[in-house]
Design a protein around this ligand. Sequence first.
Ligand SMILES: *Cc1c(COP(=O)(O)O)cnc(C)c1O
Length: 460
Amino acid sequence: MAIKTIIEPFRIKTVEPLRVTTRQEREAVLKKAGYNLFSVRAEEVLIDLLTDSGTSAMSARQWAGLIDGDESYAGARSFYRFEQVVKELTGFKHIIPTHQGRAAEKILFEIMGGKGKVIPNNTHFDTTRANIEVSGAEAADLPVKEALIPSLVKDFKGNMDITALERLLREKGPEHIPLVMMTVTNNSCAGQPVSMGCIRRVSDLCRSYKIPFFIDACRFAENAWFIKTREPGCKGRSVKQLAQEMFSYADGCTMSGKKDGLVNIGGFLAMNDDELAQKARNILIVTEGFPTYGGLAGRDLEAFAQGLEEVVDEDYLKYRIRSTAYVVEKLDALGVPVFKPAGGHAVYLDAKAFLPHVPPQQYPGHALACALYLEGGIRACEIGSVMFGKTDPATGEFQPAMLEMVRLAIPRRVYTQSHMDYVVECVGEVFAQRDKIPGMRIAWEPPILRHFTARFEPLG
Ligand SMILES: *Cc1c(COP(=O)(O)O)cnc(C)c1O
């Protein structure tokens, strides 16, 4: 009989204890935090699935790299190692380190954005959108229609709607579109992958209009794994080769090392264009640092370079993507409404279907996230009307988000299968008692980005 269990392909050398709390303690914690999980101390959380960003466990080799890092101000050995690894992977000519992904975005859009311009993407991540809007430009989301149907099982729901892109290019004119972006995997669309075919077609279209094409590469390795396992003709190629092909269609990329860099901090901006790189380095020196460290310590660059080599390991990726699918399959079997198929970095619960008795103006995603914390000390993240809903200040009319979701993001190499079994059991228990979960009202909110600091009260 063939052995089917996919194990964590690592063993544990250092452990960090988790603090187990009682339900009574968690009730008090929630109340004190104004029912906002961002205000809960990490120590009071048992399984923290708030984000997969910067929460990875580093390998022994990466920790060794921290000691080995060269902290010279200019021309550090660690920079040249980092540059060589990124160049080999992406093929781009200029590699500019930044302290994280949004710093790369800030520099790129400061140069290429501006009033009257439109920057399309399959779906912009929120910091990408914010940096584009701060520059005065407009951020356009062009996801495929299937992306908005949580229960529809389809292979590449992260793709861009190419017909919509063509229409936008025709209507606005290439002079108003300084670049086109593609986010792999599509974080804001449930971590769904983008196909190589789609990347190629968007690249061809951009080349025919002479518009630069940039990849938001945060989860390039997870995306390449999906291409390898799902796209016809790709099975026989290595993830690294597929990643290299993805990058070969682009003129540059932005990257957050806090995702597929397997580090706790770091990012970079890369491109082929000499003039653009010159401008980017000028801004880098003002805001981040000298071009051979750009906002990072030498040791960070060392760990980042090592992480980029480890992340394309196929045993790692097999375990990584399987661990997300495992949770989705188990929840699906319990009848819990989940976004399907499983994406790369997170499991998304469909809160609208989970809590049909809670209308969008009572924030079903938020109510569900609080219930998960109460039940099992699990911290998840609402991605729904708290984050994206709006109330018209003039009419007082409520405008809900497109989807009401709760994201359980899975940190890389941090939790084991028994942790995930525990998560499944807790979600199942909350689901069994879903009728008793009340909606929420906002007791206080700040003028912008309210999900981080708003205070809530349960209704009824
Ligand atoms: C996290 C993320 C960013 C921003 O990166 P930071 O390192 O958090 O600044 C940009 N795009 C996507 C798709 C992301 O997931």
